[in-house]
Write a protein that binds this ligand. Sequence first.
Ligand SMILES: [Zn+2]
Ligand SMILES: [Zn+2]
Length: 348
Amino acid sequence: MKCACWLGPRRIEIIERPKPEIKSGEVLIQVESVGVCGSDIHYYLEGKIGDQVVIPPLVLGHEFSGIVCDTREGKYKHLLGKRVAVEPGFACGTCEFCKTGHYNVCTNMRFLGGPGCDGALSEYIAVPAEYCFPVPQFMPADIASMVEPTAVALHAVELASLCPGETALIVGLGSIGLLTAQFLLNCGASLVAGIDLIPHRTDVAQKLGVHQTFTASIQNSIEESISWIKQITGSRGFDVTFDCTNRSEGIIIACQGTRPASRSILVGISGEDYDRIPISIARRRELKLQWCRRFRYNFPSTIKLIEQGKIQFDLILTHHFRPEQTQTAFEMVSKTEGNLIKASIDWV
Ligand SMILES: [Zn+2]
Ligand SMILES: [Zn+2]
């Protein structure tokens, strides 16, 4: 079978590999669509995210959908021929955190397209059946591959414990930010505001119903964002803020934008080992900083909400590529070229 293999910084090539063998508990999936995530880009460019280091050759990709085409065990027969969205992190099930339900922070996690574990940018992949979630017949493969990032946004909003009527700020309007915005609007936030560096993204946010947006300049993003936040909240700040950026500045802006005695949800991945936090403000305001690690039991409800038309993807899923164009796709995503927000690599 073919797979798009990462061979080192800025190098992905199509190579031939044997079709995977399925082990006990697994099913074989014919991959249809793979989304390119900001975390894939960190690995593609830098070969690491903080202390998580990947060693080439490695197949990247964890946001994917496909058709279940083989299983050895009768109990998974019902999945055969079904299109599924796959949770890409396989928890051990036996550590303290798995046993207490926090499997998303399992200390023995195997994550597709992460250190030591080949991902989904290939024709076939074998995965544990229990991580496969069938989607409705009419849901196209590229939307099914968006279940994964959408589940991250759902988990972020869940961690915020949003009350209807509260005001919210999203820093970073990439796909996670734009999906988070839609959940916040669905949950009855009275004001959803968003900040990005790219005018196209603030435009898309407006079209999706975000009430107020601001495009900051890259040189002066912190100061400009803070003064805009002061202006639209009358110096009070937002009830809840979300950092959905891929840069250190995102956390600073999110903290600065949070009203006293409230919380900021940190979803973005700067890729650094250490980010700066405006500690004096965070302390004086008695802020809660809540990091978000992927998702936790969010796939079924995410699929249901997508099925009900509660989340729009047409302005987010902007680019489609063939497998041979994987390197081009990664380059475009890393440079956010051509109004690209989310790219999908289509294998069939
Ligand atoms: Zn991702
Ligand atoms: Zn575990």
